[in-house]
Design a protein around this ligand. Structure first.
Ligand code: NOJ
Length: 445
């Protein structure tokens, strides 16, 4: 019996996303997404290498399902490419795209693996971006139609859905210019975020209306901020960055409104989005589960403020940093789960929809990824403890099945438990994949 034994029915999975793995960016009728355009724009992505080939998953579905089966996952989290299904974002359907995911889902089910499908993992159809993208309110209706198509096409077989993955990505793309589409305007970016949240609500409604069995939720990334000192300026930064990082999303989804503090600050900055009647009710349509992506925490200080918070550099005494620069703080997952419970009164199921670590610059043998094993083991131990302490955590998805295209960082950040040769696209399992297979087999550590 494993020391940390997980309850029967706990899902052990891995996660990927369409743009990061599929490739085939312009094949079989797929329309371009904002990430295709962004990658083809000089100076936007690592070494100017676009994600055209991803990890060539589009051509290797059987091989990849065989890998999943070999690892023994009980569930596989992936996303649909909106512009593969609807090349122009709305209107005519690309049957080859519909068939592609249908085949994937059938292969998974035949392998005894439950599909967990995300509708939006950052790859907005370029045709919609050309009309203003997330800034244009019309995107909401387009998203609802896309969601309906997905439920109609796969709702008979998929039992776990997510509307959005990490909507903060839209801020990074519309306010910070770091992600696609590369815009840098705070005011319109806030409006874009609000539209994404309304779209989420429409997606949940569309799922209910479809009458299909199953559960639908959304996925938020939780990087809790720990003030470096108890000076008021550090505490204020922690509050502000948590507001921007996850409360802006969780408040309306779980409490039905943006908080007073957020409203005040955005009003002062002149960036408060326009909210139409009924929006907040839609956004807070009850969901069935909460998806949390948890990688670490962020220690913040006014003195050494790091706006690129996703690469921690606030090294503080006692901090334990991975080779990739991110702090190793596995208790982050326990804290995130209880934050949802204590601060939002969330009583429903939680899935840890992502957790993982990229190789650092000093990796010598990428196949012998002991650091990743230790990292994941630490998070699993804290998830186990959360369950023991009464949290309803139903599953864990390791990011990621294989090395893939890490957005603006291109192929430079490798998160896989399976190695990807970016020339030949050959897959080789790493030590972590073998270790994870053993964890799953024993249902624990
Ligand atoms: C967040 C995103 O959902 C995923 O696409 C990304 O690759 C990982 N975390 C790692 O950064």
């Amino acid at each position: 019996m494993a020391k940390f034994q997980f309850p029967a029915g706990f899902d052990f999975g891995v996660a990927t996303s369409a743009f990061q793995i599929e490739g085939a960016w312009n094949e079989d009728g797929k329309g371009p997404s904002i990430w295709d355009t962004f990658g083809h724009t000089p100076g936007k992505v690592h070494l100017d290498i676009p994600g055209d080939r991803g990890a060539d998953h589009y051509h290797r579905v059987k091989e990849d399902v065989a890998l999943l089966r070999q690892i023994g996952v009980t569930s596989y989290r992936f996303s649909l490419s909106w512009s593969r299904l609807l090349p122009a974002g709305r209107g005519p359907v690309n049957q080859a795209g519909v068939d592609f995911y249908s085949q994937l889902i059938d292969e998974l089910l035949a392998a005894g693996i439950q599909p967990n499908v995300t509708l939006y993992h950052w790859d907005l159809p370029q045709a919609l971006e050309d009309q203003g993208g997330w800034i244009n309110r019309d995107v909401v209706g387009a998203f609802a139609d896309y969601a309906e198509l997905a439920f109609q096409s796969y709702g008979d077989r998929v039992r776990r859905w997510a509307t959005l993955n990490e909507p903060i990505s839209i801020w990074v793309g519309y306010a910070m210019g770091v992600f696609a589409p590369g815009r840098s305007d705070e005011k319109t970016a806030r409006q874009a975020l609000h539209h994404a949240l309304v779209s989420h609500g429409m997606g949940v409604e569309a799922f209910r209306a479809s009458g299909h069995a199953g559960e639908i939720g959304a996925v938020f990334d939780i990087w809790q901020r720990h003030p470096a000192t108890d000076k008021p300026e550090d505490l204020a930064i922690a509050d502000r960055d948590e507001d921007d990082g996850f409360r802006f999303f969780l408040d309306p989804v779980l409490k039905g409104d943006y908080s007073e503090r957020i409203r005040r600050r955005l009003t002062e900055r002149g960036t408060m989005p326009e909210i139409r009647d009924g929006d907040l009710k839609l956004i807070s349509t009850p969901i069935d589960y909460l998806g949390l992506n948890v990688y670490s925490r962020v220690v913040v200080s006014a003195e050494h403020y790091n706006p690129r918070w996703w690469v921690a550099d606030d090294k503080h005494p006692g901090g334990n940093f991975l080779d990739n620069g991110m702090e190793y703080y596995p208790k982050a997952v326990y804290d995130a789960v209880f934050m949802a419970k204590e601060q939002y009164g969330w009583q429903g199921p939680i899935f840890i929809t992502e957790n993982g670590a990229a190789d650092g610059p000093n990796v010598t043998d990428p196949l012998d990824d002991q650091e990743r094993i230790n990292y994941v083991a630490g998070f699993l131990e804290w998830i186990h403890k959360a369950i023991e302490d009464g949290a309803d955590v139903r599953g864990y998805y390791l990011w990621s099945l294989m090395d893939n295209y890490e957005w603006a960082a291109g192929y430079s950040q490798k998160f896989g438990i399976v190695h990807l040769d970016t020339e030949t696209m050959a897959r080789t399992t790493k030590a972590s994949a073998k270790w994870y297979a053993e964890v799953i087999r024993r249902r624990g550590l």
